[in-house]
Design a binder for this molecule. Sequence first.
Ligand code: NDP
Length: 330
Amino acid sequence: GVEIRLASRPQGFPTHENFETVEAPVTAPGEGRILVRNVVMSVDPSMRGRMNDTKSYVPPFQLGKALEGGAVGEVIASASPLFQVGQHVLHYGGWREYASVQAERAVPVDPDAAPLNAYLGVLGMPGWTAYVGLFEIAKFKAGDTVFVSGAAGAVGSLAGQLAKLNGAAKVIGSAGSAEKVRHITEDLGFDAAFNYKDGSIREQLAEAAPDGVDVYFDNVGGDHLEAAIDQLNDFGRVAACGAISVYNDTEPAPGPRNLFKIVKKRLSIRGFIVIDHEDLRERFQADVAPLVRDGKIRYTETVLEGLRNAPDALIGQLRGENTGKMLVTI
Ligand code: NDP
């Protein structure tokens, strides 16, 4: 089966030269393992970080080895009592047509309860991230005014909708195109949105939130974080979820110039990694799955067909080519 390997580590934006498409042999699963034919894989901004050889909360991808990421597929051979042939599973052996997976590390998914794609997006890791960031990290409460950056993406689109459904006074989003701004307000029900490429983020945020912001859900970092610190109210809270504006930087970008306002305004800025919050995964599923089923939460996907297009999907995601969850069907 085809797999995509890391050929070299990128300097700045990744290019096609950093990836290599290889035909690898498919072998029967060893004891305790299952062989999965992948159906759909997730493309995540954090994959860019793993292309660098730096220490982080997950190990870097290895040169010459297949990249890895969330995927859903069908069990086609099993050497474990945990799974039978024909079952669908979520696992972390993406970027391959066929993955040999340790059975304990695979999670069964029900294709009748939700479309398989949803287990990688709104009902999967990105959805769980939005839930943890909003409720656990930013301590969102009804009446808060919420600002979400990356608002047309997988995490941001759900964070904003959850705030709205739970009684936010106002939800404001930012994104990188006029069509995304339209999508956020008209399809997802945000109260206001702006295109951060249209001009000063600080000015556009001040205009959208004249009474200030109580919660900032930060997917972007950089200028967005600086603008949010300016606009946050006293005792405002920031869920520091991601900083995609700096993921391709070759030199560390200068930080927000207004950090002293953290003191003056008694702000809380807290970073988090969703996998530390396993305790909230079930509550997230129980709360959000019915909202998705009933159409109270909307979600969008950008799907590229064919594993060979996975590098394009990741490069495209880092340039904003996706609306909603970026996926590759295999
Ligand atoms: P998205 O679906 O939001 O895709 C990424 C989006 O980022 C692009 O579509 C693009 O949209 C936007 N973007 C790219 N470059 C820039 C830039 N320079 N400035 C502003 N926006 C930019 O991805 P996810 O929803 O999966 O992830 C969103 C964030 O959450 C990321 O930062 C990711 O690393 C983080 N994350 C953190 C987790 C955690 O545990 N802490 C877990 C999962 C994700 P646009 O057109 O608007 O620019």
